[in-house]
Design a protein around this ligand. Structure first.
Ligand code: MN
Length: 230
């Protein structure tokens, strides 16, 4: 089934994240295509080492993320959502027959977003409008990092920590398992995966060391800034 031009455009305008992702190397067709595909990693698999190893990336991207894509395509092939964009699939009403589709679609999107929330030689200080909004919302970058850390560490079991924009304010959120802020009327700016598969090979049970490494060395403030709706 082809996605018509109107659906395609409404998908693009529905989320600035989609536009941003399209701009920096993720193919637009990820968001509006017949097949949901695994986007190319925005950096080499060993580029986040030593903070996230090539081995972790090979499993996390090559097996887990790929696995969500494959499972989703299989489920979509037997559903009326075949051919819809990832965002449309995620925002579709979830009846009992759609739960698996939602979980896998949201995990594909959350991971697409996660790889872009990280970058080699990340960390440092946010700039411009993002820096101003952080100051207004949290008091300081350090205070925001503490909130993100707390969200990442107190998330019970699998899930995600997020920086989101709600109107003029930035907020830190937690989501369980595959859940995503995309369906909740806020704009996601960046996320941190706190499923054990994100850190166990490198840090075993020390989620705190993984989260500190992400916040000090990998977090991609430029990506968060590009996602702002101003
Ligand atoms: Mn993951």
């Amino acid at each position: 089934m082809q996605v018509n031009r109107r659906q395609f455009l409404s998908t693009l305008t529905a989320g600035s994240a989609a536009l941003v992702l399209g701009n920096i190397g993720f193919p637009d067709k990820v968001y509006a295509t017949e097949s949901v595909i695994l986007p190319k990693l925005p950096y080499p698999g060993d580029a986040l080492a030593p903070y996230i190893s090539a081995q972790t990336i090979s499993f996390h991207y090559g097996k887990h993320h790929q696995g969500y894509v494959d499972k989703l395509n299989k489920l979509l092939s037997q559903s009326d959502l075949v051919g819809a964009s990832l965002e449309t699939i995620i925002k579709a009403p979830t009846g009992p027959d759609k739960v698996d589709i939602f979980h896998n679609a949201a995990q594909v999107w959350n991971h697409n977003f996660y790889w872009l929330s990280l970058r080699p030689k990340g960390g440092g200080k946010p700039e411009g409008e993002l820096a101003k909004l952080i100051e207004v919302s949290f008091g300081s970058v350090e205070a925001l990092k503490e909130e993100l850390k707390k969200a990442a560490l107190t998330q019970f079991g699998s899930g995600w920590a997020w920086l989101v924009q709600e109107g003029e304010k930035l907020k830190v959120w937690q989501t369980d398992n595959a859940d995503t802020p995309l369906t909740k009327g806020v704009t996601p700016l960046l996320n941190i995966d706190v499923w054990e598969h994100a850190y166990y090979l490198d840090y075993q049970n020390q989620r705190v060391d993984y989260v500190n490494a992400v916040l000090e060395h990998l977090v991609n403030w430029e990506f968060a800034a590009k996602n702002l709706k101003i």
